[in-house]
Design a protein around this ligand. Structure first.
Ligand code: IMP
Ligand code: MG
Length: 174
């Protein structure tokens, strides 16, 4: 593929696959006997979600939610729920599945939204975690990788909608 930007490989598809399998195994251990609904935060987590659900050996349900807070590489700060969940999550154990936990604004709003719908518990499974960028006190219950403050793309993550379909994670060199 010809790229418009220089993309430096940060995580290969083999590394990613191994980490996602590990997370799936951990979730399988932690959610024995608990009815869990995994909610994928669109669009960025769609690839991670599809790999993660297949790495979980439990009878799960899944749903989707969509929020937006970003334009380019700068956070807009405002988060809107653009598409809401379909399933009734009352009294359910909810696991929010996100591509990357950055400032924390998105997941904070989504967590509150799901709690207000009566979820018994809402936990977070983030593929990537960038703790140095946090402006809200929120943490990932599960994460595959903690990364530095770099703008990354691929495996679902975009730069103005480009690069979501890369099967690796790379840093955009601007
Ligand atoms: P937060 O609300 O600031 O935590 O932002 C979360 C959203 O910002 C993620 O779901 C991504 O869509 C986007 N985002 C944050 N950092 C990156 C990055 O390095 N690459 C691509 N998207 C990012
Ligand atoms: Mg995005």
């Amino acid at each position: 593929m010809e790229f418009q930007h220089k993309i430096e490989v940060m995580l290969t598809k083999e590394e990613i696959a191994a980490k996602v399998k590990e997370m799936g195994a951990q979730i399988t251990r932690d959610y024995q006997g608990k009815p869990v609904v995994l909610i994928s935060v669109l669009k960025g987590s769609f690839i991670f979600m599809s790999d993660l659900v297949r790495a979980i050996d439990l009878p799960i349900h899944l749903d989707f939610i969509s929020a937006k807070s970003y334009t380019g590489t700068t956070s807009g700060g405002v988060v809107n729920v653009k598409m809401d969940t379909e399933l009734d999550i009352k009294d359910k154990h909810v696991l929010l599945v996100e591509d990357i936990l950055d400032t924390g604004r998105t997941l904070n709003v989504l967590k509150e939204t799901l709690i207000s719908k009566g979820a018994k518990e809402v936990k977070i499974a983030a593929f990537l975690d960038k703790p140095s960028r946090r402006v809200i006190n929120i943490r990932a219950d599960y994460s595959c990788y903690t990364i530095e403050d770099r703008f990354v793309v691929g495996y679902g993550l975009d730069y103005d909608e480009d690069y979501r379909n890369l099967d690796f994670v790379g840093e955009v060199i601007l």
